[in-house]
Every structure is written in structure tokens, then in C-alpha cells.
Design a protein around this ligand. Sequence first.
Ligand code: GLC
Length: 558
Amino acid sequence: MNKKWWEKSIVYQIYPKSFYDSDNDGIGDLKGIISKLDYLKDLGIDVIWLSPVYKSPMADNGYDVSDYYDIEKQFGSMEDMNALIEEGKKRNIKIIMDLVINHTSDEHAWFIESKASKDSPKRDYYIWRDPKEDGSQPNNWESIFGGSAWKYDEVSNQYYLHVFAEKQPDLNWENPKVRKDLYQMINYWLDKGIGGFRVDAITYIKKGNDFKDLKPNGKEKLVHVNGACLNQEGIEEFLAELKENTFAKYDILTVAEAPGVPKEKLSRYAGKDGFFDLLFEFEHVDLDINADGKWYKPRKWTILDFKSAIKKSQEVYNEIGFGALYLENHDQPRSLNKFIKEEDISLVSAKMLAVTYFFLKGIPFIYQGQEIGMTNVKYESIEDYDDIASIGQYKDALSEGYSKEEALAALHRRSRDNARTPMQWDNSENAGFTKGKPWLKVNPNYKDINVEANLKNENSLLNFYKNLIRLRKFSKYTDVIVYGKYIKFLEEHGDVFGYIREYNGKQILILSNFTDKNIQLKLDYNVREVIISNYENIDLNNKNIELKAYEAVVLELV
Ligand code: GLC
């Protein structure tokens, strides 16, 4: 079997705006990242996924690109980007960039030209449609950030489609010239020597339903765009062509943000013969969200639902080899708040969560701050929020009759800004992130939760993550952790997350107690040794084990 360079890798995601500010303008930047590379090297990571740093008006913090060939001034220059790639190389850290090609910014030259007139050669680079007879939007699709997915343009009396924000017009992938221009740009970056791409929102590039109205659900006039733009028939031809013209020619890592891919199709999307190497799936992180995507109407879920989501994808990864393992990213709230009751968030429960996902089959992704246990922020006012999705949800909630308090509570739980507060480096003002005024308020808990404190404490979460990484990469368990098969265990248990990994006769068992109660378990196995745990003493007596509150333990079986 052909081994890939990334098989034993650990990926660390950086949200540049919030990582480290080197010039004290309150915004993180590329030089700031370079200055923290040694910290990341010491943590043990191999790959950095950099959220977008291309030129952008920052309506969606860089996910609205106005020039793919330039770097956003707030973040630095192309020289800084080249330096980051080089400095990374010196430390054996590859940089993978975010590839945002479902849409551009409305300030991209292509869109400006497209909008200029109906006859513009670039008109068909985007998706324009006539109004309905009464002048209203071409159809009832609702954008992901709220409101109609169509924006009216007075000059041409047409509407353009935006699956995300108004300032993110969707590219017209049906136009071969668009695809060719995108491939050229992708290869430009790959030729520079980056390690690959995280591919943004890629399952939206094909639009379907013949641009007709979606069936209304309930009394709402608009219907979530997913029904017409997510994973539509015909998308696979685009993805195959994309790979052939770009990724396939390089020895890189590609990981696609791919909500909505049916499980039976996953092997077509990822793995050796897939369109990408890895996929980000969403079921396990979006258990608390309904199909209409409204955060203020939370969905109830249990640990059994979480287990079942993980199991389904692990079984696919058994077939295709690898998947992307993650609990957090820049679009999700902090995992501690999502998976642990607020009153039980602690060093022990944070370590338990880390163990739970770190031994699964796949490549672990760590989101900045996760390694020190950063948590959600509770801003008192909507004024403190920046995230375009949060502001949309807040407005929606109010218009649906929710109170301000209820709308804010939904943001405390779900806002993407929870993950975007500045990285907490130390206990000095602004958490050591900047000497200026941070673009987003720091989480006041930085005095206790910060990198410096974690580095000093041998027992800290950060040091625990280092141990997990070492076990995965450089131990006698490396092969079983990286290549082992996932085997379900205690599938029906409502409180304990368990699974086995097996490789060449070696078996390890992972057990995590998701409650604050002691739980007795009888194992059908003999234990050879305890590989790691978040408690000092393990209560193991023959085949009986007692898991203490939020205990996680990894055992080698005989
Ligand atoms: C992806 C990104 C998210 C962004 C959206 C539109 O979901 O992760 O941050 O807002 O795409 O580009």
C-alpha cells in the first residue's frame, strides 16, 4: 500500500484574525503566526490549516475573497506568506490553505465586471436570474446566513444568487471559464509549495431544483437553500474535474468541508480514489441543530446520538482508510460547552473529551485554543458580536417573537464567535494576544485559561494533548492508533463512550464516562496495561472496572 506523508499527522487549525497580533493593531497576522511556530512545533503538530488570508473586505472574515492572488493587508503581505511557508518547512510543518471557491466577495474583480452589465464577458461567472412577474425574488430559497438567497441589482433588473451572505455571490460552476480560472489559481498556490487545501463549502457548487421554488415547510415563506444547493445531482462531475486538473498532480493533503454527503457516497468523496483525501462530516457536531438551521430552536440530543454519528462515519473510515477527526472549528462553539454540562467543565472532563476523539480512526484536528481548554464567551450585548451568521440569527429570532435574552442565550450557546475570541496566551491584558484593542473582546476567563499557565503545569490539558500526540506518532501504539480498525463497543450504553481499535492482533480499548457518576463495567477482556488516563489511579480489578466521574482510560487488551 502506498503510504501518504500525512497519515500520522496532527493538524492544527489557525483562525488568523484571532491567533496572535504582531503589530498591535488588534488583529492577528501572519508574522504573529510565524512567531508562534515554535509553540506549535513543541505541541507536536505537523500541519497547519490556515483559515483564509487572501485579500478580502472581511464581511465573513476572509471567506469572502476579493483577490485569490493577494494577501489581505490586515494579515500581512505575500512576503509574509512565503516566509510562513518557509519557516514552516524548517520545522517540518506544512501549511494548508483554505480554498473558498463556491463564491467570491462581491468586491472581486470578476463580480464587479459581471455586475457592470448584462453583456459583460464575465456576466456568466455568477448566477443571475430575472425577477418573478411581480418583481420579487426568482424563488423562495433562504440563504444560510438568513434572508432571501437572492440580491436585487437595479442596473440590470436581475437578481444574483448568494447561498451565504449578500457579499458572497456564488460562482457559476456551469461556466467552463470559471472552472478553468479557479484551477489555474489553485495550481498557482500548489506550485508555491503549500501542503494542500481545506476546501470550503464545496458541496454547494452545483445548484439544482431547476431554480424553482422549494416546497414551503410550515408557515415560513422562505425555505433553506440546502434543499436546492447542497449535494445536487451532477456535482460529482465537477468534483472529478477539479481533482484531475489540480490536486491529483501534487502530493498534498486535501480535506473537504462536506456537509450532507450521504454515508453510502462517502467513499466516492474521500479516500484513495475519492475526490478528496479527507472529509469533514457534521452529524456529530450539529446534533443540537434542526434542519432549518435556526440556533434559537435547539434540538435535544443524547450521548447515544453522538456515539451513533461517530460510529457511522468510523465504519466508513474502516473502508476508506482515514477521516477528519474534530470537535471544534471556527464555525462551532467550543466543544467543552457543547459536550459537557456547564457545571462539570473541568480539567478532567476536558481530558476525557480529548481522549474520546483522539484515538478514533482518522487524522485529528485541533482548533486553536482547544488544547488549553478555551470555552464559550458570554457577551452581554449584540453589539459585541461580529459574526455575520450570529447577527442574522439574532435578527431572525427577534422577528420570530423571541426576546432579546432568548436570542442572546442562543448566541451564547451557538455563536461562531465563541471560537473566534482571541487566543489566550497569558494572563496579561487582552490575554497577551495584542497590545492594541482586540477586534473581538477576549474571553474574561483568560486569567485562568491561557497558554503560559498550561505550559507551567505538568498536569495541564496542553501537556495532556502533547502526550496524546506522542502516543499517536511515536509509540509502540502508533500503528494501532493510526491504522487500526475501529470496532464498536458498548454501543447501547447511554453514558459511556467505548470503542476498540485493532491492528495486527494488537487491541486497545478506549472508555470515556460522559457523566459525573461512577460507573461499573464488566469487561470481557483481560487488560495488559493502561496506556493513558485522566485519573492517576485506575480502579481495575480483573475484568471489572469502575469509571469515575468523567474518567477516560485507554487500555491495551491481552
Ligand atoms: C464555510 C466556512 C464558514 C464560512 C462559509 C462561507 O462553512 O467554514 O466560516 O462562513 O463556509 O464561506
